[in-house]
Design a protein around this ligand. Sequence first.
Ligand code: ATP
Length: 280
Amino acid sequence: MKHLSLQAPAKVNYLLDVIRRRTDGYHDLRMIMQRVNLCDEISIILQDKPDLNVTCGRQGVPDGPGNIAWKAARTMLDLAETGKGAAISITKKIPVAAGLGGGSSDAASVLMGMNELLGLHLSDEQLMQIGVKLGADVPFFIFKNTALAEGIGEQLRTMPTMPPAWVVLINPGVHVSTAWVYRSLQLTNEKKLAKLPKFFDDVNSVCGIFSNDLEEVTIPAFPVIGEIKNKMLELGASGAMMSGSGPTVFGLFSDKDKAEKAQQALSDNSGWFSAVVETL
Ligand code: ATP
């Protein structure tokens, strides 16, 4: 019986510019995406019977065909045409619907894992093409490097090397619908994109690029997001911002001690998810 254990990391957005609405319902974006070592744990067992089972056991995340990891596995099993099936279990460590890309990362890991288990030998480029059909952020998790992502997120380029940093994640647990955020965004015709630096010499210079257009919608509706950002800066973060469409706020620190103290101060509120993680 062939078996694989995988770690599917979360991401934060250092930059999220919404450029325009497209006729297909997506938006053209410019994002800088960074992986962090907060990981879902995934186990895949390849089996001779054709059944495909995905179990997660986390509220708000479907088991079976509704799970993006199931769709990823189904695609790979169909491509392989071996008649085999798989039993996949996902232990969620990444908060769900949080702007941290957990579902997309699970799907990317399953594509890469099934590629190996089934001996398909697809290239990363091919896996990314399959991945974008499952979700716009899936290719980034196959690409792995810190990326400048354009288009709907699928056109990826490696960013200049960035110094490693400690990342404090705080999720206040308010429900923010991604579809509602994009729908509510007022887009101007002539969006001016800030010029990006060619190199980054310290954590402060990384924070110099922080910008997320979606905060215009989420902060007025959920002031707690702005409050966490301010508190994070007061507690010594070099920069703080909402990730994706939220509601998770992250702060970047060059100093581990400061990061841990900030997490402690911010996690006094019961029910909030918090973690100190590192950039990957
Ligand atoms: P992004 O940052 O890419 O916008 P997100 O972190 O906001 O993503 P996810 O945690 O990926 O959001 O989940 C969004 C929705 O997808 C959830 O409401 C959940 O029901 C569904 N979903 C399906 N499969 C998964 C999975 N494996 N993990 C998490 N959510 C999943």
